[in-house]
Design a protein around this ligand. Structure first.
Ligand code: ADP
Ligand code: MG
Length: 336
């Protein structure tokens, strides 16, 4: 890859399955060394996009350059330079952790001695040195995931693709995978493309995030840039007593506050604020000035969820997904 060139560059990338458009004209530029997140609800088209970038699926239109090579014209070269950790667990249960990585290393033509040196280092990095010679069947989900990350790194790729790396893991294992990715980002030059539908994961790990919905990128930036796209980056939750309509009108007219909303029938309201901490005392006195009473007040910084709602009018969590099942071992989505 040329120094300074993008690790991933796509132009109007499209994937259609029959009449259904899963990826709808994606333009992306991921810089070298960056941890780049694709965040979106189930069915948004993230896996399909990654499958094109990793040469597993030919694009319907547009093009993509990964690690300096066109995915459609030079898939073999791209494959040499990328590591792929698909959404479904793909390590072989009947082999040991060591053997799983060793076979991969052999595929990539790494000589035995060098391979063994790397496997030792990688198993250590992912915290599996002690368990390397146990069958993967005896591993927990988190250990398997960590092994697969080690396997994805055995040929020292320039770009690592991880699709939903912590899906289905318990909180402790998620944390271990996050720590591992954090370490990788600090200690290596590798570019990481990470797909997730977890906002906390994207926010914690990624330098920049593209929010994907229905095959399109609807917003792109650092987590804080994305949040600042939403007017009123703080959310204030209130529980009030008194004339609710009048309180709503007062809050609605106050400078620095936006989007006052009722949340149910029992005096719960939310309002967006540009600088919530400084507006809280004024909110309380404004409500009292019209003979209302603030029973409780709570300030929250908006989340990427709010950014998603701002752009789509829907929640990231509640999007009903078209059903996709996974072939065990292949990590390949199949339409049901
Ligand atoms: N091989 C396929 N054939 C037909 N439709 C597919 C196929 N793969 C994915 N899709 C559809 O494309 C859409 C995007 O799927 P996917 O890329 O897996 O989304 P995500 O990874 O964001 O959850 C979904 O509606 C899914 O059903
Ligand atoms: Mg997916």
């Amino acid at each position: 890859m040329q120094p300074g060139s993008a690790a991933i560059l796509t132009q109007d990338l499209v994937k259609r399955f029959g009449s259904f458009t899963a990826v709808d004209g994606v333009n992306l530029e991921v810089r070298r060394g960056e941890v780049f997140g694709l965040l979106g609800p189930n069915g948004a088209g993230k896996t399909t996009l990654v499958r094109m970038l990793t040469t597993l699926l030919p694009p319907t239109a547009g093009n993509a350059i990964v690690a300096g090579h066109d995915v459609a014209r030079h898939p073999r070269r791209v494959r040499q330079l990328i590591g792929v950790i698909p959404q479904a667990m793909t390590s072989d249960l009947d082999l040991t952790g060591w053997e799983n990585v060793d076979i991969y290393g052999e595929f990539y033509g790494i000589r035995r001695r060098e391979r063994h040196r790397r496997i030792e280092r990688l198993l250590k990095m992912v915290g599996l040195s002690e368990r390397g010679h146990d069958l993967v069947a005896t591993y927990s989900g988190g250990m398997r995931r960590r092994l697969e990350i080690a396997r994805g790194l055995v040929h020292s790729p320039e770009v690592l693709f991880l699709d939903e790396p912590t899906i289905g893991l318990d909180p402790q294992s998620r944390r271990a995978v996050w720590d591992l990715l954090e370490q990788l980002r600090k200690e290596s030059e590798i570019t990481i493309s990470l797909t997730t539908h977890y906002m906390d994961e994207a926010e914690m790990l990624c330098d920049r995030i593209a929010i994907v919905d229905r095959g399109k990128i609807i917003a792109l930036g650092t987590p804080s840039e994305l949040k600042s796209l939403v007017k009123g980056s703080d959310r204030i939750e209130l529980e009030v007593e008194g004339d609710i309509e009048r309180i709503m009108a007062t809050l609605g007219a106050a400078p620095g506050l936006h989007d006052a909303k009722r949340e149910g029938e029992n005096g719960r309201l939310t309002v967006r604020a540009d600088d919530g901490a400084h507006l809280i005392p004024r909110i309380i006195s404004d409500v009292e000035a019209i003979h209302g009473h603030v029973k409780s007040i709570n300030l929250q910084r908006i989340s990427l969820e709010d950014v998603f709602i701002e752009f789509t009018g829907r929640s990231l969590r509640d999007e009903p997904a078209r059903k996709v099942s996974f072939l065990v071992g292949a990590g390949m989505p199949q339409q049901r």
